[in-house]
Unconditional design. Structure first.
Length: 94
């Protein structure tokens, strides 16, 4: 299984290099030219990773119970809400 993961990661690395995959570049593209292609590609890759991990765990191919990735939804939502409120308060001050 590890060799398949390695081969898949090498493939994604090659594709990322050829397509200039960069979140910061995607944001710069949106600001400078209004082109959302690279930023959409970044969010699509995040969604693909989340769906892939969920499917692997659902069908028993991956066990994340003892890993650092097994964060409770409540804790995750708490962290997100704190981050949003902190960012808003920083924005509102300036």
């Amino acid at each position: 299984m590890f060799i398949y993961a390695f081969m898949l990661s090498m493939f994604f690395g090659i594709v990322a290099k050829k397509t200039e995959f960069c979140p910061l570049g995607g944001i710069a593209d949106v600001v400078d030219t209004g082109n959302t292609g690279r930023l959409r590609m970044y969010f699509f890759s995040i969604a693909t990773a989340i769906i892939g991990i969920t499917l692997l765990e659902t069908f028993g191919q991956l066990d994340l119970d003892g890993s650092r990735l097994s964060v409770k939804l409540r804790d995750m939502l708490s962290a997100v809400s704190w981050s949003v409120s902190a960012a808003y308060s920083e924005w509102a001050v300036h």
